[in-house]
Design a binder for this molecule. Structure first.
Ligand SMILES: Cc1ncc(COP(=O)(O)O)c(C=O)c1O
Length: 387
């Protein structure tokens, strides 16, 4: 029976992190004290003002459809956010509210991928991006990146891996899984390489806001107007389960994107859109900034503690809430390592296999979106396990 399902559904790889999570949850339900460093979401609560606005939307019965591109007020607020925080002018008509960054990636995959067309993606990189390309019958073209380029695609790498069928290059900054960012100068060079070849640049900026240091803060929207940018309320605004994100697209993509959005989604969740409006309030911004500072504190602790335990972390991770570490010498296989660490010491990490090819097998992704005291406990358990 299943052999009759589509080739694309067979070609999509499972998400190992979800397997680790499922096992960690099972151990927890059996009474084990599991420390979740495999998680891809902030441990912070959604800002109080957002919760209140969400409740109010329900009380006011704001539960019908909105336009396919979202509530005008929310698109305006997103545009104002770019102006206030990034000194960028982004026309409201270029902004589409979506069902999380995932909704934006889905729309873009549908917009930019004809059968067999290639997307250049980093290896390691967020696995769903390549699976979206596969789902739309495109050709994900993984380009290995190393500490030398801070685990990011470079203009040079994109130029040398560009193939006849390549149409898109996707960069992710800050990156999942490596937590590193791309500098503006490099983004400009990447844009030029892509443009010279008649392609499109997509920038996944879903961890935007979670940057530690002035050089880390930038958007591809500062480079040109004809880039595609994916963003979300999930991470910086601590709203993963609300399923609200956005897409910024060039003006000429508005009409086809509207058609796709209308047909694929009708619209993003309306109560969640009303809630998201409150994410830009002064009260929420203060709460979110305090969270960011706390994440920075945790990052410093984890970076030095893990290095002391022999984990190799290079590339100056200055964004998101992940560290991407090569295992200490005595361990060869991240999958086996993560599995026995979880079973014996109840610490969940994500094996690098999830994020790319063979070369990721000695890496693990460690999320520091956990309470400081739990991180200290996790380090003690890891130290004991490793010795
Ligand atoms: C790099 C990256 N892009 C996109 C997403 C999708 O997130 P969401 O759909 O919650 O906005 C994630 C989620 O972890 C991610 O890490």
């Amino acid at each position: 029976m299943s052999s009759e399902y589509s080739t694309r559904s067979r070609d999509i790889k499972p998400f190992l992190a979800m397997d680790v999570l499922a096992r960690a949850n099972q151990l927890e339900s059996e009474g084990c004290d599991v420390i979740h460093l495999e998680v891809g979401q902030p441990d912070f609560l959604t800002p109080a003002a957002v919760i209140a606005a969400g409740k109010q939307a329900l009380d006011l019965n704001q539960t019908g459809y909105s336009n396919a591109d979202g509530l005008y007020e929310l698109r305006q607020a997103i545009s104002a956010f770019y102006a206030s925080d990034y000194n960028l002018e982004v026309d409201v008509d270029r902004i589409f509210v979506t069902a999380g960054g995932s909704g934006a990636l889905c729309l873009l995959s549908a917009l930019l991928t004809d059968v067999g067309q290639g997307w250049i993606l980093s290896d390691p990189g967020y696995p769903s991006n390549r699976n979206f390309v596969t789902a739309f019958s495109g050709d994900p073209q993984l380009v290995p990146v190393t500490a030398e380029t801070r685990f990011q695609l470079s203009a040079r790498a994109i130029a040398s891996h560009w193939q006849k069928n390549t149409k898109v290059a996707l960069v992710g900054s800050p990156s999942n899984p490596t937590g590193t960012t791309i500098r503006l100068a490099e983004l400009k060079a990447i844009y030029q390489v892509v443009k010279d070849r008649g392609g499109y640049l997509v920038s996944d900026e879903i961890y935007q806001g979670l940057e530690y240091g002035p050089d880390a803060r930038c958007s591809a929207l500062a480079v040109a107007d004809d880039v595609f940018v994916v963003n979300s309320f999930s991470k910086y605004f601590a709203m993963t389960g609300w399923r609200i994100g956005w897409l910024v697209a060039p003006e000429d993509a508005r009409e086809p994107l509207m058609k796709l959005a209308q047909n694929l989604f009708i619209c993003p969740s309306v109560p969640a859109q009303h809630a998201a409006l409150a994410a830009f309030s002064r009260e929420s911004r203060l709460e979110i900034e305090a969270n960011r500072l706390e994440l920075e504190r945790r990052k410093s602790f984890m970076l030095s503690a893990l290095r002391q335990l022999g984990f190799k972390i290079s590339g100056d991770p200055d964004g998101a809430f992940y560290l991407y570490a090569e295992l200490p010498e005595q361990f060869k296989d991240a999958n086996a390592y993560c599995s026995s660490l979880l079973e014996s010491s109840y610490v969940g990490l994500t094996p690098g296999d999830d994020f790319g090819g063979e070369q990721q097998k000695r890496f693990v992704r460690i999320s520091y979106a956990q309470k400081y005291a739990r991180l200290v406990d996790a380090i003690e358990r890891i130290e004991k396990f490793n010795s």
